[in-house]
Write a protein that binds this ligand. Sequence first.
Ligand SMILES: [Zn+2]
Length: 338
Amino acid sequence: MFFPLFWVKSQSPKKLCLRIREEVEVLHMDSLIHCKAGKFAFAFLGLPVGANMKRAKFWKPIVDKFNSKLSGWKAKNLSLAGRITLAKAVLGALSNYYLSLFKASPFSVALDRDPLSGPEAQQLDDLNNTMTCCNLSNKEDIWSWAGNRTEELNVAALRATILDSSNQHSSLWLLWNKWVTPKINIFCWRACLQRIPSKMGLNYRGIGVDNLMCSRCGLMEESVMHILWDCFFAKSVWRTIFTWVKITFPNKVSSVRKLLAKAEEMLWKKTIGAILQVAACEIWKARNEKTFNERQIHYERTMDIIKENSFLFICNRSKFCNLDWARWVDFNVRDVIV
Ligand SMILES: [Zn+2]
C-alpha cells in the first residue's frame, strides 16, 4: 500500500515522506506514527521537494536565493581577490547544492530588453541560429555523455576530458607570479582574456560609450591590445623597459598573453615576469588618469614608477631582500638574482 521515500531529521518536527495510494491511509498513519499529513510540494533545507522542476515558477526561490546572497555583499569593501574568492565559495557551493539535485532545462530565452548595440544584436542572431539547429521533440529527456573520446560515460572518460580542458587553459595559469600582488596578477589575467573595461570591451557588453577612440592618441579604437601594446604611449614604455632589462624588443606581438609570456623565455623569468606585469598595470593606470582625470602622464614618469614598484615587490615578496637600488636602476643584478 505504501513505501517510504526518505526520512529526514531537522529542528522542526520530523518528516516522514510516504507515498500513499489511499486517502484513508493518511488518517491511519497520522495516529500511528504521530506525523502531520502534508502535501507536495514542500520545501526542505531550502529545496523544493516533489515540485515539477520543468516549470519556471519552481526555480524562482532558487534564483531569489542567488540574488539575496549577492545583494548582501559589501562588495565595495572587498578587494578584487576577495570578491573572486567569495564568489567561488558562495556561488559555487550554491550551484553545486541545487543543480546537483535538479536538472536544469537545456536553454530558455527571455529578453528583458532589446539588444542595445551591434555586437549584442549579433550575439542574439548567433543564439537564434544555434537554436534553430536544435531538434526538440516531445520525448522524455534523457541524460547523455558529450565526452569527446567515447560515447560511454565512465570515470576514465571523464578524467580524460577534464585533463584535455585543463591543458587547453593551463598556459594562462603559468603567468601567476607571487612576487607581485594578487591585484596585479588578476589584472594581467583579465587583460589576457580581454576582460578589462576598454572602450571596445564596454561597447561589446552593451554599455554605451560615446567615443570609441583611444583617449591617449585618438588614432585608433581603444581595445585592450591597443591600450597595453599598440598605443604610442605603451610602445614608449615597453621600449624603455626592454632596453632597461637588456632584452631584444619584440617588433611583433599578437596578444597581451604573448607579450607577458616573453618572460618565460628568460633564465630569470620570475623577475622579468614581475616587471612586465607591473608595467602592464602602470600603463593601464596611466590610461585611466587620462580618461577620467584628463591627466597626461609622461612615459618616463610611468617608467620610474615601474622601476620603484618592481624593486619594492621583489625586495618584500621574494628571498632577494637585499637588492641594491643603484644596481637595480641599471638592472645590474644578474649575479644576485639568477
Ligand atoms: Zn592610443
